[in-house]
Design a protein around this ligand. Sequence first.
Ligand code: PRE
Length: 312
Amino acid sequence: MTDAVRVRYAYLGPSGTFTEAALRTVPDVEHAELLPCASVPAALEAVRSGEADGAVVPIENSVEGGVPVTLDELADGRLVITREILLRVSFALMARPGTHLEDCKRITTHPHAAAQTRHWVADHLPRAEVMLASSTAAAAAAVAEPGSEFDAAIAPRIAAEQYHLNVLADQIEDNRDAVTRFVLATRPVPPPPLTGADKTSLVAFIRDDHPGALLEILDEFAVRGVNLTRIESRPTGDGIGRYCFSIDCEGHVEEARVGEALMGLRRVCGEVRFLGSYPRADGARISTRPGTSDVDFRDAASWLASLKEGRT
Ligand SMILES: O=C(O)C(=O)C[C@]1(C(=O)O)C=C[C@@H](O)C=C1
């Protein structure tokens, strides 16, 4: 394969991040060019500008919840999600050779990693200060620098090999079942085909602030039997008290109940930004509530048509 046709993927780098591990699960990635970026906004901007064809970024963690920077960057609606990836995350404490656990006074890591190892650090290094880095691998790289101001990093175990650090403690996560969800974002393309186990992401902006505005949004999903898998309010940046809703729901835009819910939102919201329909990483098939299948929607539409034709 020549460079001219190589797919280019941006990701939250440097090499050794969980995001890179997530990206490496994408089919045919071995033929792609990987572009490590210093931040989530930089990775997504590489796609907007055409420098990359897609970017893999973290969006949600089972312990810490949504990744605000990713939610806010995707909320502009200029990119779409075409794939999601789930990765179990496990952290190690790593330091330069010669450093012992009791020497670790200044630790560095990504904010989400700090949150997921908070109790372990409090129990084992109660006097340590945790300084935040742009990613776990960036933290490991900073510790590896000669004369580094940090004693240790909390990062994926694989980063220790890459940055020639020693693992002082492994599996230090407070929750052994922690999973991070990553998404592949591309410039707008038609959604991947319906699989029957899909998700749809969108951002809804309230038209005018009034009692029940959120309830109206929720109603559009509820009456059509569409299950939400995540809803978060995020500030729009336009002033105190002004929020939009970042939403993931079950189903694909090709399915009548999801398409109709989107049309309903379009009528009741100030703005709706569609962020894509894509296969669920867990493959969990969606059970349809009675009366909300495509057949039910088609049947109702032809019944209405027959009424209009005078065929009661
Ligand atoms: O720093 C990394 O290694 C990342 O890939 C980022 C990130 C995140 O943003 O949540 C990914 C997974 C872990 O939950 C911790 C950090």
